[in-house]
Design a protein around this ligand. Structure first.
Ligand SMILES: Nc1ncnc2c1ncn2[C@@H]1O[C@H](COP(=O)(O)OP(=O)(O)OP(=O)(O)O)[C@@H](O)[C@H]1O
Ligand SMILES: O=C(O)[C@@H](O)C(=O)CO
Length: 469
């Protein structure tokens, strides 16, 4: 393994895995730190943590555990994958984790902080509309603070200046390499970042508005052990490994992929603008959907799970039946959806009544238990919307690792877990196909598209390109 990724949530981790797989690397996503060594042939390992919104000290401890494992697998460079909208609070967790990883890597390299070089920080992901200009983060044509992210249930983002926001979170100096330098290419970025580090500003926020900027940033950072960013910052990393002859030249998605047409369900705990549009579209298309409120879950979680299970059983989706399951396309579009996705004002009221942590824990516990029961009951295709929600589901199902399949939408691959519930739990040792969707990713038709892609079987080196609207 050459490249190690520490993801601060599960959807973000599959986003990074998708970028690296599309870049021609053999990638596996692990749910948490594996208990044994990686299988042979993995070139990039993504350790998915659920550390975005926990206490900073816990996030640091988990991330250092992931770092140890990745270094033991032979990784020479680590990417700390954070959200393309830099989701974090003023008091955590990106700064403390970046600082701790930098210190630990410096100690492991044995040459002190100087050997570390600058740590480039860039959340930009142009394919998903995230760009960074003059240190300010944009979501499409709006500043981060004027996008739907200002109302995020856990990490409302109300300051678009990433240099300032990161500065609140760290003792280290925060530098900046501006777009004018980035446009001049990898050597200029390198020089600019080294100058910032020499001026005691080792965390260097780098502007990027196009994929080519991110390729140049990746090239500039080829020798520096730590990077921090969205999946865009990973774009240039496979080429660095090829340039050194560490991995062969290989097309994107070179491996075969076998999907499933079995029973499907969609679980959505994301309250983002895009997820709510996807929920509305799914229902408008005539597909079955059950909204479950936070109040109901807090009052009687087991009862809410029971009601949701009955709903899924009563609405299995057209075309479904027995072993063959429901087909792709129109049939998949009718898959049952269970959602708590609610308007920001509804979320705020629930948080005021019960407290943010309690309501988030209850809702995530609901989805984890529902997923366990659905998979035990024969569901083989699951779409989950929301990073925290997806993390709760993957952890709840006890999945150890995920193979990366074709891309469904920018930043969202189809993934497969093998031998689910081998020890006798949910799944009975069968594979499970999933799409872990970040809150704001995909277009309105994402749910139907996801189920369609999860149902595809693609021969080697012949994957279809991502579905577009
Ligand atoms: N109706 C609700 N009331 C209060 N909180 C809710 C409600 N529905 C969901 N939540 C909580 O809101 C949070 C949503 O976070 P999640 O990460 O799943 O979605 P997201 O932030 O849109 O996705 P991403 O992190 O990928 O951008 C979860 O912790 C969830 O439990
Ligand atoms: O970078 C992103 O926006 C996503 O991969 C993510 O991390 C959302 O949870």
């Amino acid at each position: 393994m050459h490249l190690g990724i520490i993801g601060d949530d599960f959807t973000g981790s599959s986003d990074a895995a998708n970028t690296l797989a599309r870049g021609g690397l053999r990638v596996v996503q692990y749910a948490g730190v594996p208990s044994g060594p990686a299988e042979r042939g993995v070139e990039a390992g993504v350790v998915a943590l659920k550390s975005r919104t926990i206490a900073a000290s816990e996030a640091v401890a988990l991330s250092l555990g992931a770092l140890d494992w990745l270094l033991a697998q032979g990784c020479r460079q680590i990417l700390f994958k954070v959200c393309s909208t830099f989701d974090s609070t003023r008091s955590g967790n990106i700064g403390p984790v970046a600082e701790a990883l930098r210190a630990a890597l410096a100690a492991r390299l044995g040459a002190g902080a100087a050997a570390m070089g600058p740590v480039l920080v860039c959340p930009a992901f142009p394919r998903a509309g995230r760009s960074l200009y003059q240190g300010h983060l944009f979501v499409a044509d709006a500043l981060l603070s004027e996008s739907g992210m200002r109302d995020h249930p856990l990490t409302p983002m109300r300051d678009p200046d990433i240099r300032r926001w990161l500065g609140y979170q760290t003792q280290l100096g925060v530098g900046h390499v501006a777009a004018s330098t980035v446009f001049a290419g990898a050597d200029a970025i390198r020089e600019g970042a080294l100058a910032e580090a020499a001026a005691n500003r080792p965390l260097v926020v780098v502007d990027a508005i196009r994929d080519e900027d991110l390729h140049a940033i990746g090239q500039a950072a080829a020798d520096w052990p730590l990077l921090v960013g969205g999946s865009g910052i990973a774009l240039g990393l496979p080429e660095n490994l090829r340039r050194e002859g560490l991995v062969p030249v290989r097309g994107p998605d070179a491996d075969a992929w076998a999907g499933s047409r079995g029973r499907a369900a969609i679980l959505s705990g994301s309250c983002s603008v895009m997820t709510r549009a996807q929920v509305r579209r799914h229902l408008a298309d005539g597909a079955p959907g059950l909204e479950v409120s936070a109040d109901e879950i807090v009052a009687d979680g087991a009862g809410a799970v029971g009601r949701a299970l009955r709903f899924v059983d009563d609405h299995p989706g057209p075309g479904e039946g027995g072993e063959g399951g429901n087909g792709a396309g129109g049939a998949a579009a009718g898959a049952p959806l269970v959602y708590t996705s609610a308007d920001p004002s509804v979320v705020r009221e629930a948080q005021a009544r019960f407290g943010q942590e309690r309501v988030a824990g209850a809702v995530e516990g609901f989805f984890a238990e529902l997923a366990r029961r659905l998979v035990a009951g024969g569901v083989t295709r699951l779409v989950t919307a929301g990073g925290e929600t997806s993390g709760a589901v993957v952890e709840g199902l006890g999945l150890a690792s995920l193979a990366i399949g074709p891309e469904i939408a920018a930043g969202v691959p189809a993934v497969r877990a093998d031998g689910v519930g081998e020890a006798g739990g949910a799944g009975g040792g069968r594979p499970l196909w999933l799409a872990l969707k970040s809150g704001n990713f995909g277009d309105e038709r994402f749910f139907a598209q996801a189920l369609d892609v999860l149902g595809q079987t693609v021969p080697e080196a012949g994957r279809p390109e991502a579905r577009r609207p």
